[in-house]
Design a binder for this molecule. Structure first.
Ligand SMILES: [Zn+2]
Length: 354
């Protein structure tokens, strides 16, 4: 994708500028036994003289003419993510679909927004910061590898917006005070809006757990489906969603079982997407699993349902909410926190996929 390539070109340029800094002693290849003749330990600020030294990012920014330098907060701050769904936006402040389509359809256009630019600038500073002196590893040696790329999303988390229009959701995600976001919003009419590059971390999962993963935002793409939670999903919307999922699955190599619900990963807090969501149809298209309703095998006598839920990924510290979340996904019309014989057959069938 062009945007990620552009990010890399910038990163590579920074690395090159970094390597070209001349004010520090010559680097020493730790794989070689020969020390540089002109090494001056006094300039290493108390570090091990054998340690490779670094040009500070400030020296790089000084290379730019002052008028091009963005005004940024040099202190990198991690914002507190909320644990609740997006608060409702006021009805008078969001705008037309055309407005949002125009400002959300590419990272290049979004990058023109000062707040987005400031955010990415701060993130870039965080990624290129001089190694933390508190890190025990950097007190010994740092030898840079050239073989790397960015971490990729490996899950897709599906949500319903619990709002009444895509414009309302787009507005909610485009203002900072809500502190919530998603990579994509799929409207009732099938129009899909991208709000964030997939390599970036959106704030959609909140406090959540799937298997042993407790930071789902870091490894997932969040898709918000425009739906108030009490209505069926439109054909146009599901059709667009399936096309988007096909693209994401192919691009990032996301396993079939890793297309899951917000309710799956946050069973005690979330119930989206609702019971109207067509999980069976999605599984038929290769996104998530579904049981074979025509041939439901009887589970063995020693079948442990809670252990099976854990194997699938559910957080079973609260067994009742884990059962409810499973049933919202696979039973849908009954979400009481207990498993009938039929529910156990479904669970046994699904569990065998994992
Ligand atoms: Zn959600």
């Amino acid at each position: 994708m062009f945007s990620s390539k552009a990010l890399f070109r910038t990163a590579l340029l920074m690395v090159v500028l970094y390597a070209c800094g001349t004010s520090q002693p010559a680097r020493r290849n730790v794989l070689s036994n020969t020390k540089p003749a002109n090494q001056q330990p006094a300039q290493n600020n108390g570090r091990n003289p054998d340690q490779t030294t670094f040009t500070r990012p400030e020296q790089i920014t000084k290379r730019r003419p002052p008028e091009e330098r963005p005004v940024v907060n040099t202190k990198v701050e991690r914002r507190q993510e909320p644990e609740t769904e997006a608060p409702a936006a006021t009805a008078t402040t969001y705008r037309s679909p055309a407005f949002y389509k125009n400002i959300t359809d590419s990272i290049q256009r979004v990058a023109a927004k000062p707040s987005y630019y400031k955010m990415t600038e701060n993130l870039f500073k965080e990624m290129t910061v001089v190694p933390d002196p508190k890190n025990p590893a950097v007190n010994s040696q740092w030898y840079t590898t050239v073989n790397f790329d960015v971490r990729k999303p490996n899950f897709v988390i599906l949500h319903h917006t619990a709002q009444n229009s895509a414009e309302q959701t787009l507005f909610t995600f485009s203002i900072s005070r809500t502190s919530v976001s998603a990579h994509y919003v799929v409207g009732r009419d099938g129009v899909t809006y991208q709000m964030l590059n997939e390599y970036m971390r959106a704030w959609h999962a909140g406090r959540s757990k799937w298997g042993s993963i407790t930071d789902m935002n870091s490894c997932s793409i969040g898709i918000e489906i425009d739906n108030n939670g009490n209505e069926p999903f439109s054909e146009a919307q599901i059709s667009s969603l399936l096309k988007l999922l096909e693209y994401l699955k192919d691009k990032f190599g996301i396993p079939q079982g890793n297309f899951i619900a917000h309710s799956d990963i946050a069973p005690s807090r979330k119930n989206d997407p609702s019971k109207f969501f067509p999980w069976k149809r999605l599984a038929g298209a290769g996104f998530g699993y579904w049981y074979d309703s025509t041939n439901l095998a009887e589970p063995p006598a020693d079948f442990n349902a809670i252990l099976a839920l854990r194997v699938i990924g559910y957080d079973t510290r609260n067994q009742a909410t884990a059962i409810t979340a499973f049933k919202l996904h696979y039973i849908q019309n009954d979400i009481t926190p207990s498993l009938t014989d039929y529910d156990k057959k479904v669970l046994y069938n699904v569990y065998k996929y994992y």
